[in-house]
Design a protein around this ligand. Sequence first.
Ligand SMILES: [Ca+2]
Length: 192
Amino acid sequence: MRIFSKQTNLRDQFTEMNLFVKTVILVLLHNVMDVQSRNLAREGTASQDSESYPASNAIDGEISGDLFSHTISAGPSAWWLLTLKNRALIREIKIYNRVDCCQDRIDGATVWIGDNLIGGNYEGAVKVGTVQYEPGKNPYIFSGIDKKGTSVEIQGGPPTESVPNKYVHLQEVKVYGSYCEIQAGKGCMLGL
Ligand SMILES: [Ca+2]
């Protein structure tokens, strides 16, 4: 009986230690990935379906002032597309709304991730989420994404009676993640 109890205790201790080691590894892995995550958007290329102000204004690093991107078209047919330098594991996207006016036009804008996306075609794209406008809120942050792709696309929100023209105008878009390891078999977990 005593031997059985001893074995049970040892097994419990082993299970606890196993759990502890797994937790430590997960925390370390998470920290390594966080350290490696940086804003990849500035190394990418921006485009949009039509141009009132350049698409590249949303990846110039400026989050204030009048340097924002701006489409001529509005609504779900309007889009802004970021093509990353390399395929990446994307962890977080921060969208900075323009600050001078018309902030509610961002409401309903949809954020997509995919590989080699062509603007306005969302086939094969993964929906990250939809911006819910809140007065005074900036930036809008989508975190815990952990999806791989070469492209980030923002689609204009559907028109409403109070906001009929939802142009895609973006002060800045920051995409945090790490480029994928390109060697075969290493996947995209830790990046380059
Ligand atoms: Ca900017």
